[in-house]
Design a protein around this ligand. Structure first.
Ligand code: UDP
Ligand code: MG
Length: 314
């Protein structure tokens, strides 16, 4: 029988652990003859009783496993640890606040059995999201798709299934600054989609604050694209060309050709300003060049361990 791992990142979710567990059990019950399940909680350094709640479940039910971080490392690393530590032939990631409809899990599994390597949950929108979060995420995907090296599907969530081949590939990634779903998109493989409406959060408030999301967005720009690094260089090329042409024109006109009066309207101070802008352009181009070297280093370096586990039961 195939083993399916269900990965649940949890940060300060003491009130949601049991409800999400019960919901999952209810959903997978009809599949029990055909599959074996592993329910793997990743406690992302919660400060409340999340760990105690998880351990209670682990005592009651052998299907429940957990990985517990030594501190809060963020959801992206929590899902990463889940993928790294799961044993399934496929794994499904799902939020612990019941915003992702667990009822769709059989559909994810069906699409996987149909021969897809990755099944991605795409959100149709959530009533609880603020205007700023909605338009922010729209803008984010627009920019990301313009500059990233791979296509990232808008509103594709972390609620997704990946098969063992992808898990093994995913386990090779070493970067710390990561967005799990973007890395999965980067891998490619054969994809299918499941559409859903997000539910309201069950208990507590979303711990992804506005600034945390902005930081995540900046991180994914930087980790998926070298464009921000190269911008200075491009800008340098642009102003060097512009001021170079203008400066050369004035120099020629004023001192050699004397054809137009336009060039002679430039004062010495203005000529100097053009020259300085020209030099600034060269400096920016050099920064751009350095950026390319930094980019190479950035690609090559191997980082510290990306997370630290304090305790796990399997
Ligand atoms: N989460 C986590 N570490 C964090 C923040 C969030 O593991 O630092 C988990 C959280 O427990 C939940 C999921 O990530 O299961 C989604 O978080 P949340 O509901 O706060 O954000 P949303 O994406 O719904 O706005
Ligand atoms: Mg949520």
């Amino acid at each position: 029988m195939k083993l399916v791992s269900i990965i649940i990142p949890a940060y300060n979710e003491e009130k949601n652990i049991r409800p999400v567990y019960e919901k999952l059990k209810e959903v997978i019950a009809p599949l029990n003859g055909k599959y074996v399940f592993e329910i793997l909680f990743v406690n992302d350094g919660s400060r409340d009783d999340t760990q105690a709640e998880i351990e209670k479940l682990a005592l009651e039910d052998r299907e429940v496993g957990y990985v517990s971080f030594s501190r809060n490392f963020g959801k992206e690393l929590a899902t990463t640890a889940g993928i790294n530590n799961c044993k399934g032939d496929a794994c499904i990631m799902i939020d612990s606040d019941l915003q992702h409809p667990a009822e769709l899990i059989p559909e994810f599994i069906r699409k996987w059995e149909d021969g897809n390597d990755v099944v991605v949950g795409v959100r149709r929108g959530s009533k609880s999201d603020s205007w700023i979060k909605k338009s922010g995420s729209k803008l984010f995907y627009k920019i990301l798709n313009r500059i990233a090296e791979v296509e990232v599907v808008p509103n594709a969530t972390d609620f997704r299934l990946i098969n063992r081949a992808m898990i093994n590939e995913f386990n090779q990634f070493t970067e710390v600054n990561r967005m799990t779903r973007a890395l999965i998109d980067w891998l490619g493989f054969k994809r299918a989609y499941v559409y859903f409406d997000a539910n309201e959060r069950l208990n507590g408030t979303a711990s992804y604050s506005f600034w945390k999301l902005v930081k995540l967005a900046m991180n994914s720009f930087v980790s998926l694209s070298l464009l921000p690094l190269k911008l200075a260089g491009y800008f340098g090329i642009f102003i060097t060309l512009l001021s170079g042409i203008l400066g050369a024109y004035i120099l020629l006109e004023k001192y050699f050709l004397h054809l137009h009066t336009f060039a002679s309207t430039f004062s010495d101070a203005e000529n100097l300003a053009i020259f300085i802008v020209f030099l600034v352009g060269i400096i920016l181009m050099s920064i751009g060049l350095i950026a390319m070297y930094v980019a190479n280093i950035h690609r090559e370096v191997i980082q510290r361990p990306i997370y630290v586990i304090r305790k796990k039961n399997k």
